[in-house]
Design a protein around this ligand. Structure first.
Ligand SMILES: Nc1ncnc2c1ncn2[C@@H]1O[C@H](COP(=O)(O)OP(=O)(O)OP(=O)(O)O)[C@@H](O)[C@H]1O
Length: 247
């Protein structure tokens, strides 16, 4: 995989990842669910090419923060800018489009479509943005090849190993050359070998310029893949430090 592919210079819509520009700007973010303040004034900036890990105890608001940045949910107060766009000013249809075009997401339990083979799970992401099926399948195959699972392209998720499923999910997330790759416990459901492979993959992607935000309980994942660690507690950011990546 080349850094050009990751940075999206081939997509024809002028989106190029340039290091040191802010991809995410979160300011004074609050989210209340009834009486619970899931986020209680979070501000965070993520530059292009950064790899940021968010850690903290269960219920501290990590996934809520990720969901706000993905435009999956609306804040109670504060703002989220991604790639210069103020998500608060985009309607629901626009947000869905924004997510498909700008954000790649991977989840603990993969979220693949059970009745589609691997290649169609990946291609679907581009078809939903209007890419013709044949072109989408061509790029999907390229990505599966780059991630070392082209030979599994016609296999349905149920017959893939956990590691293979997560690779398919990563390919799907990269399909539209996202400005930001979000990962919510991406190794949480994997055995240690498959987890290591996914960590290597995320590290490689970031080293090629992909901006990465990951939420995890796994210290090893954070220190392996991230260059910044943000810690949260009770809906707030309580600390931040740069990390020396471990081999
Ligand atoms: N849709 C929702 N409705 C009501 N409460 C919610 C909702 N989503 C999250 N919460 C609450 O908001 C708080 C933060 O939840 P969140 O899932 O963001 O935490 P987390 O740090 O990601 O936890 P975990 O590490 O266990 O995944 C929790 O108290 C949770 O119960």
């Amino acid at each position: 995989m080349t850094s050009e592919e990751i940075s999206g210079t081939g997509r024809g819509d002028g989106v190029v990842v340039v290091r040191d520009q802010a991809v995410v700007r979160v300011s004074g973010l609050r989210k209340e669910y009834g009486d619970t303040a899931a986020l209680n004034g979070v501000s965070l900036e993520i530059g292009a090419g950064d790899a940021v890990a968010v850690m903290g105890p269960s219920g501290c608001g990590k996934s809520t923060l990720l969901n706000m940045i993905a435009g999956l949910d609306r804040p109670s107060a504060g703002s989220v800018h991604v790639h210069g766009e103020d998500l608060g000013r985009i309607n629901e249809t626009g947000l869905a489009l924004f997510r498909r075009r700008r954000i790649g997401m991977i989840f603990q339990f993969f979220n693949l479509v059970d009745d589609l083979p691997a290649i169609d799970n990946v291609a679907l992401a581009a078809q939903l943005t209007g890419t013709p099926a044949r072109q989408a399948r061509r790029r999907a195959l390229e990505l599966l090849d780059e991630l070392g699972i082209a030979d599994r392209r016609n296999v349905y998720p149920a017959a893939l190993s956990g590691g293979e499923r997560q690779r398919v999910a990563v390919a799907r997330a990269l399909m539209n050359r996202p400005a930001l790759l979000l990962a919510d416990e991406p190794t949480g459901a994997l055995d240690s070998h498959a987890g290591e492979q996914v960590m290597d993959l995320l590290l490689d992607l970031n080293e090629l310029g992909q901006t990465l935000l990951l939420v995890t309980h796994d210290q090893r994942l954070a220190t392996r893949c991230a260059s910044r660690l943000v810690t949260m507690a009770d809906g707030r950011i309580t600390g931040e430090r740069t990390l020396e990546r471990t081999a």
